[in-house]
Design a protein around this ligand. Sequence first.
Ligand code: NAD
Length: 471
Amino acid sequence: MPDPPRFFKQVNRHFDRASALIDAPEGLLKQIKACNAVYHVSFPLRRDDGTIEVVHGWRAHHSQHRLPVKGGFRLTIHASEDEVTALAALMTYKCALMDVPFGGAKGGIRIEKENYSDAELERIIRRYTFELVQRNCIGPAVDVPGPDMGVSTREIAWMSDTYQQLVPGEQAGLGAVTGKPLGSGGVRGRVEATGRGVYFGIREALDVGEDMAPLGLSPGLDGKSVVIQGLGNVGYHAGRLLAEDGARVVGILEREGGLFDPGGLDVEEVHGHLLDGGTILELDAPTKVDRAARSDGLEWPCDILIPAALENVIGKDNAPRIQAKIVAEAANGPTTADAARILEERGVFQIPDLYLNAGGVTVSYFEWIKNLTHVRFGRLERRFQAASSHRMLRAIEGITERDFDPGTIQRLAVGASEEDLVNSGLEETMIAAYHEIRELARSKDTDVRSAAFAIAIRKVAHTYELRGIFP
Ligand code: NAD
């Protein structure tokens, strides 16, 4: 097997292509592209059987043009300096693109999660957090980690608790980590935010009939066939919402293999089965691939292919065989620069990661604001909004001399809850960003990815220009 392409190099190739669209000094572009710092920590873990093992972890600060820096951390055997650096760079561009006022960071711990007990995992996360505190790599004003692959609200709760034990009494301490469970300072809607953002982004792209016509697709999601790689947090929620809005999930690929059914798969059933500890191959479907052939599923016929697991899964070897008309990058970095070119030449419409999976960091930003302000979204205005709507309905009744039935009043006289506001803020952010990107792509006659990178680079450059460069 050829060496996998180095991930940071791939991100920088996308950057270089886009930076040609921007009028900025070359030295400044080089500074924006460079990773400011990468911390490598190694620490001992006492395993349940008494043996001691060395665990390696990283935290990359790609750009501190804005503080705090922000980015999730992952638990994966593939964690490396290259991986966290590339992912931190993507965070810089993603936050800039979406007007989320953070710099870019990312972390990783190199473990195969399945090989550790819950107690061992807790010791690992708590020790990693201690290492981050020692290096000023966590805190609401400096660096705010969040979830990524292999990290759920449980791991985030351990991290947040450890931080608060080590830095007691900090007023905004809850804002040191995002993706927390609700009872520990989390925000409603964060768990599904990335998948929901993926859904909004795909829906927005498909709604533009002018862009869909060359692909031979009618506008809208209805009846569109979808293949998803990775039914984890992002893949599951994206698939669920797409299916609820009329799309047909025909293929699902997981670690153990994949299923393909042109008639449609039940996303909830497959997800429930995986949650119960089953493997995907225990389920029925007309076509199945095993673990050895699981990446062949990326080449299944469909309208929309959603890689939602790993980076570099579409390379120059398989790009010529991808049959999807749209590749919607829910994962970070699933398409190499060479593959992106090949897909583009073949007329495949690509919705890039730095836009499409930005829902997670957007809602993390809302969570951080909630933690800094110590007030739940909607707490002040919800009842007032409901009462105003109620008065309005009564006034309409007075004018029309017709009474609404109690069900209608109950449905319309409501105020926005925290979840309503979070989802609406996410939807607004995804829609606004898509049209900003599309406008630039059209005006510069370029692809969506280059336009997204160009907007992000321009915004980071602008921040540098406003702040000046420290001598
Ligand atoms: P996750 O761990 O919840 O899910 C990943 C899924 O992929 C798992 O179900 C896993 O079994 C599956 N998988 C692993 N290797 C596979 C393979 N070779 N083939 C098929 N399936 C495989 O992780 P996640 O949080 O859903 O993240 C997925 C991707 O989305 C990552 O690239 C991550 O960086 C990106 N992302 C996540 C978030 C977030 O908020 N969680 C935000 C932005 C981007």
